[in-house]
Design a protein. Structure first.
Length: 128
């Protein structure tokens, strides 16, 4: 029993470490394996405004380049959100602003809010 618990704990630790250092580990994966898993080779962390702007995550209404010009000290946009927007842009073949709108509507729908910003709950008080 203790042996299997130790094996499970060691396996869980290895999985967590692999996830934490995935960007470093991907560079050591051979090309035939990377081509078998196309998403594996596409992972690139976008942790700065410069890399996010060069990846196409900027527009007139959402100007990341202004942050770069102003010397913004923050690290960049949310990593998970940027990856979701990039996935939507690729999957739906839409531009950055449309992908942001699609993502926001998905978040609204998951929280019971309509695309117009009004709650979908019939008991919600929206006017007096």
């Amino acid at each position: 029993m203790l042996f299997w618990l130790s094996v499970f704990a060691l396996s869980a630790l290895l999985v967590m470490l692999a996830f934490r250092y995935r960007a470093t580990l991907i560079s050591h994966v051979p090309n035939p394996v990377r081509s078998f898993f196309p998403r594996l080779g596409r992972y690139t962390p976008l942790s700065t405004f410069e890399s996010q702007a060069s990846a196409g995550l900027t527009s007139e209404s959402f100007d990341i380049e202004a942050n770069i010009r102003d010397g913004d000290s923050r690290a960049g946009l949310d990593e998970q959100g940027t990856q979701e927007v990039l996935d939507i842009m690729q999957r739906e073949r839409v531009n950055f602003d449309q992908a942001r709108l699609i993502r926001q509507n998905q978040i609204f729908a998951a929280n019971g809010i309509g695309p117009n910003g009004m709650p979908l709950d019939s008991k919600a008080v929206t006017h007096l």
